[in-house]
Design a protein around this ligand. Structure first.
Ligand code: IPM
Ligand code: MG
Length: 359
């Protein structure tokens, strides 16, 4: 059956980088027989501009019919003053919630060619390969009650709720253990169990799940220490599993360790295998339309799509190898170039990956 991919270019550099990822998919069709159909839809600020909502019904329909969603990026300063539910970010959270994309996989890999781009010393990060598994549809981002208003003393207040039930913890823990099994078999669960009840439950459930994965070495870390350890000795980690907000923060730290957020893909998976794939970086409005954005994170997101939704591990490997080759050949977009190094634009980078795939 033909695979269906919903394509949401979004805002800023989103449409440009997604176009390069589609080039790569087209190459897989022409040269490797990977059959797929795409359908485009609006999401984020552009959807608000055109349809009055960052996640219009028409987009939900297109995504519902698809096996996988490819998303560029959403957001821009012109939307910052909108009510929260109309901001581009709400479109993103809406996609995550609507399709129950609870498992967010954020690999932080340091390409040896780019080791000097890290803010840490090369010996601390050389060979870094950490996978952060972030719970994405629960916890403080989604739970009720939340809101703002006046309290009984007439003071303005705001509140959110950090809540997890055992099923939510169990399912994300299972995903993380399974991923660890295919890697170096080390899983670190990050929480704040010294203070938060919700974290104690998290820890208890992760320990229970670990009984089914005796081959994986489980450890636990408080989130403040995890932040410190990530910048002190990042290579001690293999897979990290954590809740929604801790994962948001730690995955930005991990991304920065690689020094090239323009290289990092992500997958957000439902239990059905349906997934949304997007670069970790944002919409970079400052360089939108300039043709200089790095499309590699989006191209690598296609690789994750092939691996996790379409079970095409071999094609995924091909894309990753092609990206490695392009870097080894010295091709650099502006974000990953060293001072004085020659750079190429978005389209040329996409073309270079296609060429590497063909050869
Ligand atoms: C991310 C982003 C989002 C999040 C924002 C844009 C809502 O920071 O994907 O990490 O907080 O989850
Ligand atoms: Mg974030």
């Amino acid at each position: 059956m033909t695979k269906k991919i919903a394509v949401l270019g979004g805002d800023g550099i989103g449409p440009d980088i997604v176009a390069e990822a589609i080039k790569v998919l087209n190459c897989l069709r022409d040269d490797y027989g990977f059959q797929f159909e795409t359908e485009e839809a609006l999401a984020g600020g552009i959807a608000y501009d055109k349809e009055g909502h960052p996640l219009p019904e028409s987009t939900i329909k297109v995504c519902k019919a698809a096996d996988a969603i490819l998303l560029g990026a959403v957001g821009g300063p012109q939307y910052d003053a909108l009510p929260r539910e109309l901001r581009p970010e709400s479109g993103l959270l809406g996609l995550r919630g609507t399709f129950e994309l609870f498992a967010n996989l954020r690999p932080a890999i340091l390409y040896s060619e780019l080791a000097s781009a890290s803010s840490l010393k090369p010996e601390l990060v050389a060979g870094l390969d950490v996978m952060i598994v972030r719970e994405l549809t629960g916890g403080i981002y989604f739970e009720q009650p939340k809101g703002s208003g006046k309290n009984k003393d007439g003071l303005r207040e705001g509140f959110n709720t950090m809540r997890y039930n055992e099923q939510e913890v169990e399912r994300i823990a299972r995903v993380a253990f399974e991923i660890a099994q295919k890697r170096n078999k080390k899983l670190c669960s990050v929480d704040k169990a010294n203070v938060l009840d919700v974290s104690q439950l998290w820890r208890d459930v992760v320990i229970e799940v670990s009984k089914d994965f005796p081959d994986v070495e489980l450890s636990h870390m408080y989130v403040d220490n995890a932040a410190m350890q990530l910048v002190a000795r990042p290579k001690q980690f293999d897979v990290i599993v954590t809740g929604n907000m801790f994962g948001d923060i730690l995955s930005d730290i991990a991304a920065m360790l690689t020094g090239s957020i323009g290289m990092l893909p992500s997958a957000s998976l439902a239990s059905t295998g349906k997934g949304m794939y997007e670069p970790v970086h944002g919409s970079a409005p400052d360089i939108a339309g300039k043709g200089i954005a790095n499309p590699l994170a989006t191209i690598l997101s296609v690789s994750m799509m092939l691996r996790y939704t379409f079970n095409e591990g071999e094609l995924a490997d091909r894309i990753e190898k092609a990206v490695g080759k392009v870097l080894a050949n010295g091709k650099r977009s502006a974000d990953i170039a060293r001072q004085g190094e020659a750079t190429i634009g978005t389209k040329a980078m996409g073309d270079a990956v296609v060429e590497a795939l063909r050869s």
